[in-house]
Design a protein around this ligand. Structure first.
Ligand code: NAG
Ligand code: NAG
Ligand code: NAG
Ligand code: NAG
Ligand code: NAG
Length: 801
């Protein structure tokens, strides 16, 4: 705060009005005027108070029409007229008979005038109490500053019912602020925030309790600041409710004032009249006692701005601070709102798991008590974190009493530091090293160019040359990886620091001796287990068969590649085990099983959910093909290999494994990877295997998701319907989509999308791989950002053997 003080004294030096030109003591007659350019002011008889133009701090060209203490070095302002409309240089204030004081800018436009003038003003006077009064010929008051207060009350001033004090915006900005002090019609003196720019008042954060309510005492009637410096509420029956308990500094020797500070604290101060060289305003009391705790439950941000946190300073005044990951909306307004550095958007097409993008900052003793939208109970802290992480609505979770998880949404209001036993705030913040372009979007153009080159070479050569090439490339990859793994410091013998190396014994225990089987696939059997990696987590342990001893290096390499993939539509690899001839992979457990059991159940799941799954699979494949640092061809996309997490997000599993076995195949040229019904025709033709094999399988999968039936169904009564790819195309060509989806009203109501998705599927299952779109094109077509042309018939020209 050194800056404003410095500034203040500096501006005082340059704006001291010379006493010589001030009118002292006398009445101010009609026609008298003040100007910003002549440094004059109207003083009270004793010279204590001055009425005139006051230059705004830090702005030489803006002035307030104001009343201030003229004898003390710190010319504290007690009243101001035009806080919202500062007067430019050249403005004038004139005392007129019929308009009272009129403030006009150099162009003659009126900026402010004293209101409610009935009758003709005869003269004005600046009194020694600090009141500026306009009187008529018989000395009746027509207007007075005491009845039109700004943010300060002075001794001998009275606040009637309905009257308010308004805070200023900041110490040096006199625009109307958010806080109000009001003697309500019910007799209560209240402090409340208002919702600017309207004057709608939120629930008070301080109430005097003098409404004569339940105890049927006499209600408050006036707020009186008497000549002795006592501030109290006068009740109807003349009893008083004291705000000032004791005055030790007499009003004879000390100035007193009660000000609603810009931060909402209402404080009575005193200041010595005589110069002692070290004078300052000393607080006597203030309300409320703890403004950070006192904030209300109704609308509004509380004491500080939205998303900010209030902390009580030792002087009873609040300090507002943005929490980590948030910064001030208006950097010049310390007490204003904070904005998150990154706002999580629910639509955001993140290419990485939320765990990698967001982290939690743990705050003890911090709460935003009015921003809850959900309470989860009973809940563990780990589940609380997970739930908030996966919820784009959740900005902070308060974990409390060992089993309560309060989720809170933006904007956070009434933030405060307070001691809560057994509670912590988990503030979701964007990880600072995450930038949307990296590391999930590595600059891999070079890699891709390389692959294109490899692709064209593949196309142009004989099988034997292809085989030599594959070997050469594999050797190349192997050396690159060996170099890379060497550079990475190895922990516990792990291939990568983020992957964990388990012993066989550990996994045997985690799965209770490989007891609960989750499924079986081409690569082996999957078991359920629980491992402890700092915390307990349910996992799926895949025991691989068919990995020969001499494939040790490839295993490490492939695990490394898989471990480097991060995408919300891929099942995440947590660790692995290689011991003797055992090769095991440890994955996240997906609680909603496989897509196969989801879509092939008796009741069709909702259309919207299925659409989301189709999108998810496409994005996951796009990532594998184009966005991860090493292109991965899945080779076995089918509903059994798409798993669903607890939020029904599609998560592709088993990716990266094909390559392990592909190495074998390229030497034998025999077995076909993949599963009947989903494999692309080129597998049978000895053509090079490219990413387009996955596009083909995706097309089949998309049709299955749309129709909720298997591609090959032998039990159908009508023969034409046995193969879904054929039947769907027939229905599409004949325009009988209703036959295809049956009673699925969700799909029929969304017929445009239904037709688009079918067309995309037909493009994907074209026999000629070059006709099939890339997964990027597929996602664009699914999203509707790219037109889908009419697809040719996906008929097979050669029957598969
Ligand atoms: C101001 O004018 C009024 C009415 O004319 C008069 O009663 C009063 O004494 C004057 N005050 C001063 C300080 O001249
Ligand atoms: C006010 O007085 C000061 C000191 O006499 C002078 O430097 C300044 O220019 C004056 N301001 C105006 C606006 O006339
Ligand atoms: C005071 O604050 C208001 C609201 O933030 C702003 O519009 C105005 O420009 C400020 N005035 C000055 C003189 O800085
Ligand atoms: C002001 O109020 C206090 C407390 O009620 C009282 O003791 C004192 O006499 C009053 N002073 C005047 C001048 O009325
Ligand atoms: C948020 O932004 C502010 C201001 O831009 C910066 O000072 C702060 O370091 C940022 N915080 C994080 C966590 O990125």
């Amino acid at each position: 705060m050194a800056f404003p003080i410095l500034h203040l004294s500096f501006s005082l030096l340059i704006m001291l009005p010379p006493f010589a030109v001030s009118q002292t003591g006398g009445n101010i007659t009609v026609g008298a005027s003040l100007s910003t350019s002549d440094n004059t002011s109207w003083l009270s008889p004793s010279g204590d108070f001055a009425f005139g133009f006051y230059q705004l701090y830090g702005n030489k060209d803006l002035f307030l029409l104001a009343i201030w203490y003229d004898k003390i070095p710190d010319k504290t302002i007690v009243w101001y007229a035009n806080g919202d409309k500062p007067a430019p240089t050249g403005s004038k204030a004139v005392l007129t008979a019929n308009r009272g004081i009129s403030l006009t800018d150099p162009q003659g436009r009126e900026l402010w005038r004293s209101e409610t003038i009935i009758g003709d003003v005869a003269y004005g006077a600046m009194t020694d109490t600090g009141n500026f009064v306009l009187r008529d010929r018989v000395s009746d008051k027509l207007w007075e500053s005491f009845k039109n207060p700004a943010d300060t009350l002075l001794p001998s001033q009275v606040l009637d019912r309905g009257m308010t004090l308004s805070s200023r915006q900041s110490e040096t900005n006199f625009s109307m602020g958010r806080f109000q002090l009001k003697l309500r019609d019910d007799g209560n003196l209240v402090l409340a925030t208002i919702n600017l720019p309207s004057d709608y008042t939120n629930e008070p954060y301080y109430k005097s309790g003098t409404d004569g309510g339940l105890d049927s005492s006499s209600p408050g009637y006036q707020v009186v600041f008497n000549e002795s410096g006592y501030l109290y509420i006068l009740r109807k029956n003349d009893q008083i409710f004291s705000l000032t308990q004791r005055v030790t500094a007499s009003t004879g020797d000390f100035y007193h004032r009660a000000t609603l500070n810009f931060d909402g604290v209402f404080t009575q101060y005193y200041h010595p009249k005589a110069s002692t060289g070290n004078e300052r305003w000393t607080p006597i009391w203030s309300q409320p006692d703890n403004i950070c705790q006192a904030s209300s439950v109704s609308a509004g941000s509380g004491t500080c701005g939205f998303n900010s946190v209030c902390r009580l300073n030792s002087d009873g005044r609040p300090i507002c601070e943005c929490p980590g990951g948030y910064s001030l909306l208006d950097p010049s307004d310390q007490y204003g709102s904070c904005r998150p550095n990154y706002t999580q958007s629910c639509e955001e097409d993140e290419v990485a798991p939320v765990e990698d993008l967001y982290d939690f900052e743990e705050l003890t003793n911090t709460d935003w008590p009015t921003s809850d939208y959900a309470l989860l109970q009973p809940f563990t802290e780990e589940k609380c974190r997970q739930s908030c992480l996966n919820d784009c609505m959740c900005a902070v979770a308060i974990f409390r009493s060992g089993d309560m998880c309060w989720k809170k949404k933006l904007p956070l209001s009434n933030g405060r530091v307070q001691t809560i036993v057994d509670a912590k705030a988990l503030l979701k913040v964007r990880r600072s090293n995450v930038n949307p372009r990296s590391p999930y979007f590595p600059n891999n153009k070079k890699d891709r160019d390389g692959l294109i080159l490899v692709g064209s070479v593949f196309l142009g050569c004989s099988v034997f040359v292809n085989f030599l090439l594959v070997c050469a490339i594999c050797m190349g990859f192997f050396f690159i990886y060996r170099r890379r793994t060497k550079r990475i410091p190895q922990k516990d013998g792990a291939v990568e620091t983020n992957l964990r190396c388990f012993t066989y014994q550990e996994l045997a225990e985690a799965t209770e001796g490989f007891k609960e089987e989750l499924g079986r696939g081409a690569f082996g059997v999957v078991y359920r287990g629980v491992v402890h990696i700092g915390y307990s987590i349910v996992v799926a342990v895949k025991k691989l068969n068919n990995v020969a001893e001499d494939r040790v290096r490839e295993f490490k390499t492939e695990v490394n590649v898989i471990g480097q993939t991060h995408h919300k539509n891929l099942v995440r690899l947590l660790g692995f085990c290689e011991e003797g001839d055992q090769r095991l992979l440890v994955y996240e457990f997906m609680s909603n099983g496989s897509l196969s059991s989801f879509i092939f159940q008796d009741a069709k799941p909702g259309w919207k959910k299925r659409i989301q799954i189709a999108f998810g699979v496409a994005r996951g494949l796009l990532y594998l093909h184009e966005e991860c640092s090493n292109q991965i061809i899945h080779c076995d996309i089918k509903p059994q290999n798409i798993l669903l997490d607890e939020y029904y997000n599609a998560r592709i599993s088993d990716f990266g494994l094909a390559k392990l076995l592909l190495l074998d195949q390229s030497q034998t040229h025999t077995a076909i990877r993949g599963t009947k019904g989903y494999v692309a025709p080129e597998w049978f033709r000895n053509l090079p295997v490219t990413v387009k094999v996955d596009v083909y399988s995706y097309g089949v999968l998309l049709l299955e998701i749309i129709c909720c039936r298997r591609n090959v169904e032998s039990k159908v009564t009508i023969e034409e319907q046995a193969i879904l790819t054929d039947w769907a195309y027939d229905c599409y060509r004949e325009g009988t989509l209703d036959a295809l989806v049956g009673s699925d009203t969700g799909a029929l109501d969304d017929i445009e999308k239904l037709e688009r998705f079918l067309m995309i599927a037909f493009w994907c299952i074209q026999e000629d791989p070059s006709l099939r779109p890339t997964m990027r094109k597929v996602t664009q077509m699914l999203e509707g950002v790219v037109e889908v042309p009419v697809p040719p018939c996906p008929c097979l020209l050669y029957a598969a053997s």
